[in-house]
Design a protein around this ligand. Structure first.
Ligand code: GDP
Length: 139
């Protein structure tokens, strides 16, 4: 059975460009419940740990630099089939390929600076939620 949780980050580009409110509105309108949320900034060590799976990719340094470049909003979102439905809501990694109306199509500027993160599996949703939030911050 598909899980009910996913982890999102509104990335530094979208925060800088003033899109927090619009993105949270799209998330709520799509039927997700916010069960944890904070404005925070990743350290270099945080970003390297969060994206460790990409450490051998050529864009890893750029990704870490971008993700630490300003505040982000981290949130745990709940809904049936959360991981897959959220990835549909945000669209393809490259905003140029993201379906019309998706969050990345509307608010992202490039494949690197692509406005939002969404977990890619139920297992990673749990790991990433616990990365950002203590148990007492999850409701
Ligand atoms: P996602 O699951 O759609 O976020 O995509 P991936 O797991 O493949 O990549 C993780 C993140 O790395 C993406 O959301 C982008 O921010 C970044 N990224 C992926 N591909 C590239 C790239 O070719 N160049 C740069 N600079 N960043 C990339």
């Amino acid at each position: 059975m598909a899980g009910t949780k996913t982890l999102t980050m509104i990335k530094p580009d979208a925060v800088r460009n003033g899109h927090i409110g619009a993105i949270l509105n799209d998330i709520s309108a799509a039927g997700f419940r916010i069960s944890a949320m904070k404005l925070t900034q990743l350290s270099k060590a945080d970003a390297e740990a969060f994206y460790a799976v990409h450490s051998e990719r050529p864009f890893f340094g750029e990704l870490v630099e971008f993700m630490t470049s300003g505040p982000i909003v981290a949130a745990i979102l709940e809904k049936d089939n959360a991981v897959e439905d959220f990835r549909t809501l945000i669209g393809s990694t490259n905003p140029a390929e993201a379906a019309e109306g998706t969050i990345r199509a509307k608010y992202a500027t490039s494949i690197g600076e692509n406005a939002v993160h969404g977990s890619d599996s139920d297992e990673n949703a749990q790991i990433e939620g616990d990365f950002h939030f203590a148990g007492r911050e999850q409701f």
